[in-house]
Design a protein around this ligand. Structure first.
Ligand SMILES: [Zn+2]
Length: 254
C-alpha cells in the first residue's frame, strides 16, 4: 500500500536518534511522500533542510500559534525567503490555539492574519491549526477569501466543516479518528467530499490506537486508514489511494 503523510514533524527531538534510519525505511515501506511542517524559525529551517535531503519529502514553513509571541516582521521576511525554495509547498502551520494560550489572543490573531496575507501574496495554500478558537479563526479565514488550505487534525462541527469546504478548504485526519471520543471528527470525515480529505500523522504526536500515547510515525498510518475506510465504506487501499491523490493535488506535486 502506498500513501502520503500530509503533516509530519520529523525535525522533532523525539526523532533525533533514529531519523536517518527511519525516514528511508518508511519510504521503502510505502510512504511515497510526506510533508514536514514548520512551527517556528528552527523547525521551518529544518523542514526545508529535510526536503533538500530526501526526494520524497516536501516542506511547509510557518509560525504555529504556540510561537506567535516570537513572530515579527523579520519572521515574515524569513518565510518569504524560504518560500522561494522549490519544495516549499505551503505556509503552516499557522492558526489559533486558545487551549494552551502560549501567546495572548491578539498576538496569535496578528501572526495568523499576517501569514494568511503572505500565503495570498505567494499563492500558496495554508496549513491551519485550530483549537478552542474557531469563531476568531473563521473571522481571519473569511478576511482572506482568496486563500485556501487544510484544517489539520479536524475535530470541529459538521456545520463549520461545511463552510470550510465551500471556501475550498480540505480537512486533515490523524490517528484521533481511531480514538474512542472521535465522534465529531468521524462526522466530518463522513460528510466531506472524497476529494477534500487528507491523511496525516502529526507525528510524533497523536499515534493511532493501538499505539496511542507512543511516539507516532508514518508507518502507523495503516491504523488511521483502517478507521477512515470503515467510516467511508471503502477499503483501506482505496482510502490510501484517494488521500494520496488529494495530497498530491493539494501540495501541487506532479
Ligand atoms: Zn502539526
Amino acid at each position: 500500500m502506498n500513501f502520503f503523510d500530509s503533516h509530519a514533524h520529523y525535525d522533532d527531538p523525539r526523532f533525533a536518534e533514529d531519523r536517518e534510519v527511519l525516514l528511508p525505511q518508511l519510504h521503502s515501506q510505502g510512504v511515497d511522500y510526506l510533508v514536514n511542517i514548520g512551527c517556528n524559525r528552527e523547525s521551518s529551517l529544518a523542514s526545508v533542510l529535510l526536503a533538500e535531503t530526501y526526494d520524497f519529502i516536501y516542506a511547509a514553513v510557518g509560525w504555529h500559534p504556540e510561537f506567535a509571541g516570537e513572530f515579527g516582521p523579520e519572521s515574515l521576511e524569513l518565510l518569504r525567503e524560504l518560500a522561494k525554495q522549490p519544495k516549499v509547498r505551503a505556509i503552516g502551520e499557522i492558526g489559533i490555539d486558545y487551549h494552551y494560550m502560549d501567546a495572548p489572543k491578539q498576538v496569535q490573531l496578528e501572526a495568523f492574519d499576517a501569514q494568511m496575507a503572505l500565503a495570498e501574496e505567494l499563492s500558496l495554500p495554508v496549513v491551519i491549526h485550530q483549537r478552542e478558537g474557531i469563531a476568531d479563526c473563521l473571522e481571519v479565514v473569511r478576511r482572506h477569501p482568496k486563500v485556501t488550505g487544510v484544517f489539520h487534525c479536524y475535530s470541529g462541527s459538521a456545520q463549520t466543516a461545511k463552510e470550510l469546504l465551500s471556501r475550498g478548504y480540505y480537512l486533515g485526519f490523524t490517528g484521533v479518528i481511531t480514538f474512542k471520543n472521535a465522534r465529531k471528527s468521524l462526522e466530518a470525515l463522513k460528510m466531506a467530499p472524497p476529494d477534500r480529505i487528507l491523511l496525516e500523522t502529526d507525528c510524533p504526536y497523536l499515534a493511532p490506537v493501538p499505539f496511542r500515547g507512543k511516539r507516532n510515525h508514518s508507518g502507523l498510518l495503516i491504523h488511521t486508514l483502517e478507521a477512515m475506510a470503515q467510516t467511508r465504506n471503502i477499503s483501506a487501499q482505496e482510502a490510501a489511494q484517494l488521500t494520496l491523490e488529494n495530497a498530491k493535488r493539494f501540495y501541487r506535486i506532479p
